[in-house]
Design a protein around this ligand. Structure first.
Ligand SMILES: Nc1ncnc2c1ncn2[C@@H]1O[C@H](COP(=O)(O)OP(=O)(O)OP(=O)(O)O)[C@@H](O)[C@H]1O
Length: 570
């Protein structure tokens, strides 16, 4: 089973130890029954050896059971972390397009649910091993008591297992179908949390989502799960029924067929009754293991999709960052592009394939971005401005052409350094509630200054490395994202429609003061904007039209130097 293979790879030593302890525990359990049998059959008083042997076996059963179970609990928690970490690293390493294509709901479903399903099933493994060992040792003991019964028991076990595998196969199919529905279900959950306002305001929309799509998916999930788990339970019951039928045969038919003595018959029935209860302990875990193997299959599928985006497992992966709290300076000090002056696109293009064969093509673009310059990127909705920003920051790798930094091509080997040149606020930015990756102590005083400058000091404080709140208006949250950009202090600043949600006074401050200031600090500044009354704040202006770039003259005539009266202090 792939679950065994995964555990062997993930933690070979502890896993084998847990399994070995489970097997020993099962074996000692069966030996314990044999000893009970011997004591009952003995004519004379039990010997000292038998008594001490009994005590030793009791202790061995207890200790090995405890060891195997506690090892497996540890192992299962470790496996949960390992799988989640592997998925998170996979998501962070994979190209953005691959992650977008895989979909948030699918990834969340693997992270939140599949991993837990696996963790819940793992503690069953030692029980299965000890149960199997118990049955094997019991059969071995039966060989001594009655070879005929031992042979018949062995045959019954084989028939029972085959029957179980046959029946449970359709259960596994149903569990896989349920797992497919689960991805859609997580998509609906996301629609509920992210579209809460829209759903609350529109009864019909709410009914269509909740009573229509979500209910249909949830009931399909429930139907497949119930069927799959019921089949597993049926298979489990069938396995037990085969054993009980065999015990009946042993009781009522074997004495006549094989002339078994009462003593032998009693011993065999006693051993088999214990074996059945042990088998019950094994089979009870099988539905959970079925779900776990489906979940592990899904996680592997996701990891394969993410790895495929890298061109194969591990390929092109940036060196792992051991700690998220990396001082800002680390990104710059060792950067191979430190001191760069210009970034050039040479025939760069990016393609979004559409569902029906249509596609949006950005480029091929030949263009240069320079330090100490404010570049405006303008154009109609859907003309490719944000896509250009993603290609420029290397979040999307160009399908053709090359990006060069002072003549050096950006490749997988230096991409991490290249990306670390940028500080960007995208229109769908995410605001972290702490200064992740920035040294807290050093930045606190600076942050306080910027808060005042961005007129946020009456709303937000920086406590240690945390913002006191991020429950702000959209415009204020964007200002906080801008503050983070200031603290990062990278040589390339990119703002995707940053000013769209700002009030007129602050918009003016942004275009007339903040942008020139950044340019004067020798940064390259790219501003995606629809604010045509501020186009004169640009040094250069390019217009995108259906993915094609055209440089235009910067309109002059408005006051570029006009100050809004907000105190300067960055
Ligand atoms: N994730 C995506 N998958 C497929 N197509 C996409 C994706 N994102 C954008 N597109 C398509 O690419 C084109 C350019 O989109 P882009 O977001 O770059 O435009 P934009 O100029 O930034 O628009 P806006 O001014 O509305 O922000 C659009 O036609 C859009 O439909």
């Amino acid at each position: 089973m792939s679950l065994f293979a995964y555990l062997l790879r993930y933690s070979r030593g502890p896993f084998l130890l847990a399994i070995a302890a489970g097997i020993v525990s099962g074996g000692t359990g069966a030996a314990f029954i044999a000893m009970v049998n011997l004591a009952l059959a003995a004519d004379a008083a039990p010997s000292q050896r038998l008594i001490w042997g009994y005590v030793a076996l009791c202790l061995a059963t207890l200790v090995t059971k405890f060891v195997s179970q506690s090892m497996l609990y540890r192992l299962s928690q470790g496996a949960v972390y390992h799988l989640r970490r592997r998925l998170i690293d996979g998501i962070l390493d994979a190209p953005l397009r691959t992650v977008e294509r895989t979909g948030t709901a699918q990834l969340y479903s693997a992270l939140a649910d599949d991993v837990v399903v696996i963790a819940d099933a793992l503690p069953g493994l030692p029980g299965i091993c000890s149960g199997a060992a118990f049955v094997l040792v019991a059969i071995a003991y039966l060989v001594i008591v009655s070879p005929a019964v031992a042979l018949a028991t062995g045959a019954t076990v084989v028939v029972g297992v085959l029957l179980y595998l046959l029946v449970s196969a359709s259960g596994l199919g149903a569990l896989k179908a349920a797992r497919r529905e689960q991805d859609a279900l997580f998509g609906h959950f996301r629609s509920v949390t992210e579209g809460l306002k829209e759903l609350k305001l529109n009864r019909e929309r709410r009914a269509a989502l909740i009573d229509g799509e979500l209910t249909a998916t949830a009931s399909a999930y429930r139907r497949h799960s119930v069927f799959g788990l019921s089949v597993y339970e049926g298979a489990t019951g069938g396995g037990q029924a085969v054993f009980f039928a065999f015990i009946g045969l042993l009781l009522f038919a074997f004495p006549a067929w094989f002339a078994l003595s009462d003593q032998t018959l009693t011993s065999c029935v006693l051993i088999l009754l214990f074996a059945v209860s042990s088998l019950q302990g094994v089979l009870v875990w099988f539905p959970a293991l079925g779900r776990a193997s489906v979940a592990l299959g899904k996680i592997k599928e996701r990891l394969a999709e993410l790895d495929a985006g890298l061109g194969g497992p591990g390929a092109g992966r940036a060196p792992a960052v051991p700690n998220s709290r990396v001082p800002a300076a680390v990104g710059r000090a060792g950067n191979v592009f430190a001191g760069w002056r210009s970034i050039a696109f040479r025939g760069v293009s990016h393609v979004y394939p559409g569902p029906k064969g249509e596609q949006f093509v950005l480029g091929p673009l030949d263009f240069e971005f320079r330090r100490g310059e404010i570049l405006f990127v303008v154009g109609a909705n859907g003309s490719g401005k944000t896509t250009l920003a993603k290609v420029l920051t290397s979040l999307y790798e160009p399908e053709s052409g090359a990006i060069q930094v002072d003549g050096t091509q950006v490749t997988a080997a230096n991409r991490e350094d290249y990306r670390n040149l940028f500080s960007a606020v995208f229109s769908d930015f995410h605001l972290f509630d702490s200064l992740l990756g920035l040294p807290a102590g050093e930045q606190a005083a600076k942050a306080q200054r910027y808060l005042e400058r961005l007129q946020l000091d009456h709303k937000v404080r920086v406590d240690g490395d945390r913002f006191s709140t991020t429950a702000l208006s959209l415009g204020q949250r964007k200002r906080l994202a801008l503050l983070v950009t200031y603290l990062e202090d990278r040589p390339f600043c990119l703002f995707d429609e940053w000013a769209a949600d700002q009030d007129p006074v602050f918009k003016d401050f942004f275009y007339r003061e903040l942008l020139p200031e950044l340019r004067d600090r020798d940064k390259a500044v790219v501003v995606i904007s629809h604010d045509d009354r501020y186009f004169d704040a640009a040094d250069r202006l390019v217009r995108l039209d259906y993915g094609q770039i055209r440089e235009e003259e910067v309109p002059r005539g408005q006051s570029v130097a006009g100050r809004s009266g907000v105190e300067s202090g960055c």
